[in-house]
Design a protein around this ligand. Structure first.
Ligand code: MRU
Length: 348
């Protein structure tokens, strides 16, 4: 078994976007078709498709789906309507910069279409969406190749949430070095944090690593410190939703705690991400908008209520890990080390 057995997260076929419905994993594997703007918006908002790079690709194809509706309009109106749709799709999730990055790329290509028919504009933006998709596939592989040397025989690696194949077009960011190290026949163990409240670690990371034949052990989030203390972890790799210019990094809620623990135990803590996740216009982590999600995600475990009715709840979906806790960024262009302010700028 290897990563070759992993499915593609998104697929474009006959003008329809198909995504794996990740809310149903690990019990049910099903691809759902997205045929209009509301279906795309809901799929992103409800995490049927999720993970920073994957929602970027979904947003790009999503705009192509929107465009199909306006093919019979005047070119100006075609562009104007797509401008409104771009804003709407972009509002589905605020923290991962890849969504707005991909939407901006599509709109830039569209605005470069001077004196073209709506059909021509449609094929231009579809070409751009397909490029974003293909680039993501390549980028993940390169992140894997740059990151695999960090993994040594006998290592225990901790990861949080799912920055895996399912969060990208395929292979993942945090998981890509693991899949590439597996290809080199290195022997190592992966510990997957469950990642409450939505359990992307247990539902998705554990599922895909197991499917690919990696040695994966699931732990609850609150077990990470004791697992580190027991000496089982030599490396932490997580993903990112947005990296500020100074290296502060937004990722799934709980990542900050993992980074603090890694520092305490002297364990290297790496962030794996494509350069599209860097937001050079955001100077530091304080300026990153953190998505706040519904209370039911915290008050229920599946169908079962696990908290009193009307309890006060906080549910930030992400937190920010300050740059000084990060050992390096594994990107498709190599590993970026300190000083981040300079080195991120030059590599991105
Ligand atoms: O809310 P999610 O499931 O979209 O959050 C996903 C994460 O936080 C990932 O770690 C991040 O997007 C990186 S994906 C390669």
């Amino acid at each position: 078994m290897s990563f070759e057995s992993l499915p593609y997260t998104l697929r474009w076929q006959e003008d329809v976007l198909y995504v794996i419905d990740q809310t149903l994993l690990p019990e049910t594997f099903v691809e759902i078709p997205l045929r209009n703007i509301d279906e795309v918006y809901v799929a992103i908002k409800t995490l049927q498709v999720r993970g920073a790079p994957a929602i970027g690709v979904a947003g790009a194809y999503g705009l192509c789906i929107c465009a199909q509706k306006y093919l019979n309009e005047e070119p100006n109106l075609f562009m104007q309507n797509l401008g409104y749709d771009a804003k709407y799709l972009n509002s589905a999730r605020p923290t991962a910069v890849n969504l707005s990055w991909a939407i901006k790329r599509i709109m830039k290509r569209l605005y470069a279409c001077v004196q073209k028919s709506t059909e021509e504009m449609y094929s231009e933006i579809l070409d751009e969406a397909s490029r974003i998709h293909q680039e993501d596939l390549k980028t993940c592989r390169m992140i894997g190749e740059h990151g695999r040397d960090l993994i040594q025989d006998g290592f225990g690696i901790l990861t949080h949430c799912n920055a895996g194949s399912l969060a990208t077009s395929r292979l993942g960011t945090a998981t890509a070095p693991m899949y590439m190290a597996q290809e080199q026949r290195k022997r190592f163990k992966v510990y997957a944090d469950e990642t409450r409240p939505l359990c992307q670690g247990s539902r998705l990371t554990a599922w895909e690593l197991q499917k690919a034949g990696l040695d994966v052990t699931l732990i609850c989030d609150d077990m990470a410190a004791s697992v580190m203390a027991s000496g089982k972890i030599q490396l932490v790799i997580v993903g990112a939703d947005r990296v500020a210019a100074n290296g502060d990094t937004a990722n799934k809620i709980g990542t900050l705690g993992v980074a603090i623990m890694a520092k305490h135990f002297g364990i290297p803590f790496y962030v794996a991400c494509p350069t599209s996740t860097l937001d050079i216009k955001t100077s530091c982590g304080y300026d990153i908008e953190i998505e706040q999600r519904g209370h039911d995600e915290v008050c229920f475990f599946g169908e079962k209520r696990t908290a009193p009715v009307d309890i006060n709840v906080l549910n930030p979906a992400f937190d920010v890990t300050p740059a000084y806790l990060i050992s390096g960024f594994i990107t498709e262009r190599g590993i970026v080390r300190r000083p981040y302010e300079n080195n991120l700028k030059s590599i991105f």
